[in-house]
Design a protein around this ligand. Structure first.
Ligand SMILES: NC(=O)C1=CN([C@@H]2O[C@H](COP(=O)(O)OP(=O)(O)OC[C@H]3O[C@@H](n4cnc5c(N)ncnc54)[C@H](OP(=O)(O)O)[C@@H]3O)[C@@H](O)[C@H]2O)[C@@H](O)CC1
Ligand SMILES: [K+]
Length: 559
């Protein structure tokens, strides 16, 4: 599992390292800048070939026209810039240490023969010491343009730049983006070229795209979209919480996230959010051979014509490794279900009394309910009975709506429960928490999906799995992870009818195997995405359980 950090946690790690004397802030900044350059060349090797040309102390140029001249060695106009060299970069630096990293990047690119134009947002006099040191070092051989959105736009408009580096704001963004940086970005990105145009410059963000809150992934207005985000030591939570935005409304702000080691040691952060990746130990309870030692899951089905959801959940539970799976079916739907299942068993459960009777058998150690269960009083009574049984229980779909409608039912939730709401169900269950999440943020760190899920889990007293491409899984004690279906794990075809029902089954199956709720939910969510990735486009929900054997085989053969 990889820890995802907040800005404060990252700062604490950095401060501890500096205070212990093992590294200086300047060294960290140098490594950060070098990491960005390395990542750029790894991502686009075609940009790495300019070593020989130019270098420090390159061509002397006349004073700047658009902004105030901070150093005399600057071109007269954007046209003058265009007439020189083959690789060109614009580096946009901010007033803090993110800007300091930008000056390192600018220097290192220049050392490799690049033509680099630097724009500085803010007042150099007030820069923190390490950033200022790199600013001054840059001034020894080159100049800096004062921020001027029109001039930046003209510069990019008239030249064929290869790279734009965003080092304006990083983890220190604490309030909404200033108007002029927002204008810059929104002015030139759509006007100068289309985002999908192949020969446009590559956009690289240092640490996090400026405008994105590193703790929440939320856009503090005017975020800079990028192709590549290079972060340091550990990814930040904000990289993995969904923030879709311009230029096409479907691109993640971060583009792709690469994390570079800058020599900081791991610190033990008790409440760190983790990016989930399963360990084999999660699934190596395969040593017992008796089917009852793998548990017995009971999945509740809806009435006639509404049993498909439960059948898919049951198949998921069986495939993920529950020893036995029984569908609890209303008498009127029994024929319909019997005609379509084989390895899955059937029990007639007409009402809550019948369910209570079935649950007298202690071998039913996990329950899955909700998909197409219904929203009437009988369905509510089934939920109440299931909760009173105190078994490991996953509640989805209609069961969540019933919980939202009835405080007494909600109060029956216990610590072996798992709630699996999507955004709409989350809003019904926790309207006040959802309102905080939906409110337009005005400062950083902004309220995040992690904050919301943790608050919901605490209130419910059980595990909450808040679905999405950035699924957040939180326990009442604050333990929390993100299961990402983004970046290299993006599987948009997973958003298909019934896929949530299969997830319910996966969780129920793992609960039946005796895996604790948090681990079961995390592993199920991860497997769910893995199955979708394995299958690829064209996936329908029925395919998900059938993909599990491949995925499990691969997982279990990991070294
Ligand atoms: N931690 C580490 O280990 C390492 C960190 N490193 C790097 O440091 C970065 C963090 O640096 P940072 O803390 O200086 O914050 P940063 O993002 O540069 O911004 C702060 C400046 O912006 C200003 N400002 C903020 N919001 C604003 C707004 N809306 N509008 C206008 N101004 C605004 C704010 O002003 P203030 O609030 O002080 O008035 C302040 O001047 C981090 O992302 C990484 O790149 C690496 O070097 C390696 C090791
Ligand atoms: K940035």
């Amino acid at each position: 599992m990889t820890e995802l950090l907040t800005a404060a946690q990252m700062r604490a790690i950095e401060t501890a390292a500096i205070e212990s004397g093992e590294v200086t802030g300047l060294e960290l900044m140098e490594r950060a800048g070098a990491g960005v350059v390395e990542a750029i060349f790894e991502e686009w090797p075609e940009l790495a070939g300019a070593d020989a040309a130019g270098g420090e102390g390159g061509i002397a140029r006349p004073a700047e026209k658009g902004g105030v001249a901070l150093h005399p060695a600057l071109p007269d106009s954007p046209q003058d810039i265009c007439e020189q060299k083959k690789f060109r970069a614009v580096v946009l630096c901010g007033p803090g240490n993110n800007g300091g990293d930008g000056f390192v990047v600018a220097r290192l690119l220049r050392q490799r023969g690049w033509e680099v134009e630097v724009f500085l947002y803010g007042d150099a006099v007030k820069m923190p010491p390490d950033a200022k040191a790199n600013y001054e070092r840059w001034l020894e051989n080159a100049g800096v343009h004062r921020w001027d959105d029109n001039f930046i736009e003209d510069t990019l408009d008239e030249c064929d730049h290869d790279l734009v580096v965003d080092a304006v704001f990083g983890t220190g963004l604490t309030r909404l983006m200033p108007d002029d940086t927002e204008r810059t970005w929104h002015g030139f990105v759509p006007r100068v070229f289309s985002w999908h145009q192949k020969d446009r410059p590559k956009y690289v963000a240092v640490d996090i795209p400026s405008g994105i809150c590193s703790d929440s992934g939320r856009n503090l207005e005017g975020a800079f979209p990028t192709d590549l985000t290079v972060s340091f030591h550990r990814a930040k939570i904000g990289h993995y919480l969904l923030a879709k935005g311009p230029p096409d409304g479907g691109t993640l702000w971060c583009g792709k996230v690469v994390v570079k080691d800058i020599g900081l040691k791991d610190a033990c952060i008790a409440d760190a959010v983790r990016l989930f990746d399963p360990t084999i130990s999660t699934l190596t309870k395969f040593s017992d051979t008796h089917k009852y030692s793998h548990g017995h899951a009971l999945i509740l089905a809806g009435g006639p014509g509404r049993t498909g959801a439960a059948r898919m959940a049951a198949r998921g539970a069986l495939r993920v490794g529950a020893g036995l799976v029984t569908l609890a079916v209303p008498p009127a739907a029994q024929k319909e279900v019997a005609a379509q299942v084989t390895a899955i068993m059937l029990r007639q459960v007409g009402d809550a009394t019948a369910l209570a009777k079935v649950l007298e058998d202690a071998r039913f150690n996990a329950i899955g309910l909700g998909p197409a269960l219904g929203l009437d009083e009988d369905a509510a009574a089934l939920v109440a009975t299931a909760l009173e049984a105190g078994r490991a229980t996953v509640l989805d779909a209609d069961a969540l709506t019933l919980l939202a409608k009835d405080a007494a039912l909600f109060a029956k939730l216990h610590d072996k429960c798992v709630l699996t709401p999507h955004a709409g169900e989350f809003k019904r269950l926790f309207p006040d928490i959802a309102a905080k999440l939906e409110a337009v943020p005005t400062k950083g760190p902004a309220y995040s999906k992690v904050d919301a899920t943790r608050e919901a889990a605490k209130r419910a007293g059980c595990l909450v799995l808040f679905k999405g491409p950035d699924t957040v899984i939180a326990a009442p004690d604050g333990r929390c992870s993100i299961n990402s279906a983004q970046y290299e794990r993006a599987a948009p075809w997973l958003a298909t009818a019934g896929s949530g029902d299969v997830l319910t089954g996966f969780i129920a199956g793992l609960l039946a195997r005796g895996i604790a709720p948090q681990q079961a939910a995390e592993t199920a969510a991860w497997l769910h995405v893995e199955c979708a990735l394995d299958f690829g486009p064209g996936l329908i929900a029925e395919d998900l359980p059938e993909q599990l054997p491949n995925v499990l085989r691969r997982l279990l053969s990991r070294p």
